[in-house]
Design a protein around this ligand. Structure first.
Ligand code: PMV
Length: 310
């Protein structure tokens, strides 16, 4: 009996969400403290493809004709491998919270595709895998920029700009981040569509905000490369303020950003689609526990610490 496993991390956007949809560059980092993992094992002949989802407790036969994202991902890999039928069990488990900007959908797709391609001994490189996961992302998000699948597939901090080659980033120091979940879920697709409406109605204003975000992302790249935590932090607060003007923040996000700042964080901002989901704060590692406690006290339902090594 053959059995192979694969994992994919969560992710978080550090700078440039929403603006990235309008071709502004963005910076995103993997969050390895949460992940999706899949085990692919041989099943008795005639079983077909069985999916055991340990996170939901569900077990079901996969209907390859359905539009379910996992079924579509499996079908994409089987088509790539020119395999018509397969008897396998896919056991899936994910610790990535759903619909909170940590890339749960892209990570599940990536782990499933990686696990299955390893099981089939396929030569599927990360660029091809990234393209496949992006196609599935479109089902979740409509017109996603592609940032989620890219950072998750490559598992490295990235500089991402639509229609440009992906660049991997390295940093001049170790940075400690706290990712705090408001507990409110919001549909990225709906928020992206609201921003589009705002853009169409007030194109000059929104363009000027996007230009400011673009300048700030470029400055953030240099500050990260220099290891300038104070500089990065200031740019995070500035990015949050610009996202507020695009009306993608929320009372809960603003509260957590304020609490992080008052507790001594070097920077904080909402991350991802907004109107709920997560905020991210940059902290000195010695202050992480205290700031994390303050965030919980203010209503965060989960705080994940993630360290970016140089
Ligand atoms: O909510 P998330 O983390 O999936 O991020 C969405 C990021 C947006 O820039 C708002 C949309 C996109 O497709 O890039």
């Amino acid at each position: 009996m053959k059995s192979v496993s694969a994992t994919a991390p969560g992710k978080i956007i550090l700078f440039g969400e929403h603006a990235v949809v309008y071709d502004v560059p963005a910076i995103a980092i993997p969050v390895p403290g949460v992940c999706a993992q899949v085990l692919v094992s041989t099943a008795p002949r005639g079983t077909g493809i069985l999916l055991k989802n340990l996170s939901t407790g569900q077990m079901s036969a996969v209907d390859l004709t359905s539009s379910d994202p996992i079924a579509r991902m499996i079908r994409t890999v089987l088509d790539f491998a020119r395999v018509g039928a397969l008897d396998v069990t896919l056991t899936l488990e994910s610790s990535i919270p759903i619909a909170s900007g940590l890339g749960s959908g892209a990570a599940v797709s990536t782990a499933v595709a990686r696990g299955l391609s390893r099981f089939l001994d396929l030569a599927l490189d990360d660029h091809a895998l990234n393209g496949m996961v992006y196609e599935i992302e479109k089902m979740h998000h409509g017109t996603p920029s592609g940032i989620d699948n890219t950072v998750i597939v490559f598992e490295q901090p990235i500089w991402f700009q639509r229609e440009h080659p992906i660049e991997m980033l390295s940093f001049g120091a170790e940075f400690t981040f706290l990712v705090a979940d408001t507990g409110m879920s919001a549909l990225t697709k709906a928020v992206v569509s609201d921003v589009r409406g705002f853009y169409d109605r007030h194109v000059r204003f929104v363009r000027s905000v996007l230009d400011e975000i673009a300048a700030l992302v470029v400055a953030a790249r240099s500050a990260l490369a220099r290891g300038d935590a104070v500089g990065v932090g200031g740019l995070m607060f500035a990015n949050h303020a610009l996202l507020q003007t695009l009306s993608v923040s929320s009372g809960e996000l603003d509260l957590l950003v304020g609490v992080a700042r008052d507790a001594g964080a070097l920077g904080a901002k909402l991350s991802g689609g907004g109107r709920g989901g997560n905020m991210i704060a940059l902290v000195c590692s010695a202050d992480a526990q205290r700031i994390s406690d303050a965030l919980y006290k203010a209503g965060a339902v989960r705080v994940i610490e993630t360290v970016l090594r140089r």
